[in-house]
Structure formats: structure tokens, C-alpha cells
Ligand binder design. Structure first.
Ligand code: AMP
Ligand code: MG
Length: 332
């Protein structure tokens, strides 16, 4: 199959993409977080193809994207006041809420869970596509499972360009990190994955959240698998900004948070933001990891950033990228 890549600025391309979705096809499209690989969330065969194309294990549930609150009625049971306040404050935007699902949401979408993860994206192309398609769109990131998420149409093309029906090119994603996932279905509100919406913004609305790690979760949340968002080249996080490479005799690449940077000992350096501005770091992170990964280096080193605001999600992704392959197995 030869995948078509069309400019998202062309309304005819968005209409065609919506038709592909309605007919059970797969469309990669931009959101404010990363590029998604979308299909009709209520069509189990289409959902099965998303899993197959991504080589995604079936225990990894998908996020369902909606365009309007009115779509919630057919997908989930009544939600509580806290969930309502979060929707009010942050939708459309990079917050995913785990809610109690209705029967017509296919089990494949939710990996058999009684809950479904829902998000209302703010990106105008994502909104137009959902509106035109007239169905909720299930969409994981448009990349092979466990690799670095795509933030440009070109990234999608490189990995999936012969396996999906259409790519809508809407330019680079404005945020560049996946959504924050919150669940309020248990006893206490819980942060399931740090992401593009800072934790402090959420806590300002509903109070403090519990943040349990990946190991005590059942079933596992794949965005929380130890090794995820990973480059093929091994990556090590430096103990501090400006630290020298930890081993000698390697061709090493450095992922630097800001300028100035000491290039000593590195074959290649990528600076994520000259001023260390975290939104710019986030926006450039995945593209920089891909660029370094393509150079055939022995090892990548990443400078750490402070775990405040977006820094929490940035360090979460770097740690998962750095985790060893041996710890990839989910802990059940
Ligand atoms: P991705 O779209 O690849 O970034 O992954 C979506 C994330 O949402 C995964 O980490 C899923 O495990 C998580 N997720 C989706 N549905 C649920 C759910 N019902 N409960 C908990 N986490 C979920
Ligand atoms: Mg993903």
C-alpha cells in the first residue's frame, strides 16, 4: 500500500480523511500533543488494524477522541462533579480522562477494561476531522509500539508510510508531548501519566492527585511501561546539566536542555531550547531524539531538567527512553 500524504490546510483532504475513517480506514492526523493514528472507535475491525499496524499489544487500551461533550452520552456513564470540573477547565486540550464506559465501546479499544480513556483535542485539524467523520476517533500515537512518538507528518511517513490509508500533514505539533491522563473512577483522583497539561494546573481545580508508579498498577498502563518512547541507541540521563559523558571511547550524542553547552567529548549535540524554555524543550524533544537516533552513535546522553510543570513529563519520557530493555515486561 502506498499511503497518501495530503495537506491538512485543504478542506477537501480533511473531507476525504473523514470518509476513510467512516469506511473503516486508518488516518494519521495532527493533534496539539503528537500525531495520532485514528480510526472509527466504534468499528472493532478498524480498531484491530490499528493494533496490527502499530504492533501494539492488545493489553494497551486506546484513547478515544471526541469533538463535543454531546458525544459522551453514547460512550460513557454519568460522570462525577470533579470530572465535570476538569472537562470544563481543560477541554478541548491535552487532558485525557478515564471514565466508566458504555457497552457500545468495543472491548478491544479498552483492552477489556470497564473504563475508557477520552480526550477532546484542541488542534483545529483534529477537531475538523472528528466533526466531519461524525464518529469518535480512537487514536494512539502514529508510531510503531514503544518507539519515540511522532511530532511531524514526516515522522509518521518514515515508519508507517506503507501501512496506513492517509496522512494529514498539519505541520509540527505545537506541544510535542502526549496528554496527561487522569482517572477519578477509583477512591482517589489519580495521575496515570504525566503529560502536556501540568499536574499543578489539575490540582488547582480538584486538589491533590495520587501518583502511583507503573509497578503497582493492574492492568499495566503502557504509557507507563518502563521502556517506552524509546530510541534504538541506548540513552543515559546525566546526573546534572553540563556533566561530561560518563564513558570514554564511545561516539556519543548529547541532548542538551539549553545553551551554552560544552561539546567536549560529544560527536554530536542537539540543543532543545537555547534559553531552556520548557515548552520549547517539549516541542523539540521527540524530533531531537529521532535525529540523534538516526546518527548511528554508540550512546546518547540527556541532560536532566527540573521536574516542575512540563519538566515532570519531559523527565518521565527521558527515563522511559533510558530504561533497559530487560525491564520492558509489564509488571502484572
Ligand atoms: P498512547 O495513545 O499510545 O499515548 O497511549 C494511550 C495511553 O492511555 C496508554 O498509556 C493507555 O494505557 C492509557 N489508557 C487508555 N485507556 C485507559 C484506561 N481505560 N485506563 C487506564 N489507562 C488507559
Ligand atoms: Mg504511544
Amino acid at each position: 500500500m502506498r499511503t497518501e500524504m495530503l495537506p491538512a490546510s485543504d478542506p477537501a483532504a480533511v473531507r476525504l480523511a473523514a470518509e476513510v475513517i467512516r469506511n473503516g480506514g486508518l488516518v494519521a492526523f495532527p493533534t496539539e500533543t503528537v500525531y495520532g493514528l485514528g480510526c472509527d472507535a466504534l468499528n472493532p475491525e478498524a480498531v484491530a488494524r490499528v493494533f496490527e499496524v502499530k504492533q501494539r499489544p492488545s493489553f494497551d487500551p486506546l484513547i478515544v477522541h471526541i469533538g463535543a461533550l454531546s458525544s459522551l452520552d453514547r460512550l460513557v456513564h454519568a460522570f462525577n462533579p470533579g470530572e465535570h470540573r476538569l472537562m470544563d477547565a481543560f477541554w478541548p486540550g491535552p487532558l485525557t480522562l478515564v471514565l466508566r464506559k458504555r457497552e457500545n465501546v468495543p472491548d478491544l479499544v479498552t483492552a477489556g477494561l470497564p473504563t475508557v480513556a477520552i480526550r477532546m483535542p484542541a488542534h483545529p485539524v483534529a477537531q475538523a476531522l472528528i466533526r466531519e467523520a461524525g464518529v469518535p476517533i480512537a487514536a494512539p500515537s502514529a508510531n510503531p509500539f514503544s518507539y519515540v512518538s511522532p511530532t511531524t507528518a514526516e515522522h509518521v511517513w518514515q515508519a508507517l508510510g506503507d501501512r496506513i490509508d492517509l496522512i494529514l500533514d498539519g505541520g509540527p505539533c505545537p506541544i510535542g508531548l502526549e496528554s496527561t491522563i487522569v482517572s477519578m473512577v477509583g477512591d482517589q483522583p489519580e495521575l496515570l501519566r504525566p503529560g502536556a497539561l501540568p499536574l499543578s494546573d489539575i490540582e488547582a481545580i480538584i486538589g491533590s492527585l495520587v501518583c502511583r508508579g507503573g509497578s503497582d498498577r493492574r492492568p499495566p498502563v503502557p504509557g507507563r511501561l518502563a521502556r517506552h518512547y524509546a530510541t534504538r541507541t541506548p540513552l543515559t540521563i546525566l546526573p546534572a546539566r553540563g556533566a561530561r559523558p560518563l564513558r570514554t571511547g564511545e561516539r556519543a550524542g548529547l541532548l542538551a536542555m539549553s545553551d551554552p553547552v560544552s561539546r567536549n567529548g560529544y560527536a554530536f549535540v542537539e540543543v532543545l531550547s537555547s534559553s531552556g524554555h520548557l515548552p520549547e524543550v517539549a516541542r523539540n524533544l521527540f524530533a531531537a531524539l529521532r535525529k540523534l537516533d538516526a546518527l548511528g552513535l554508540d550512546r546518547l546522553y540527556a541532560e536532566p531538567c527540573e521536574e516542575q510543570g512540563l519538566g515532570l513529563a519531559i523527565m518521565d519520557r527521558l527515563r522511559r527512553c533510558a530504561a533497559t530493555i530487560q525491564s520492558e515486561e509489564p509488571s502484572l
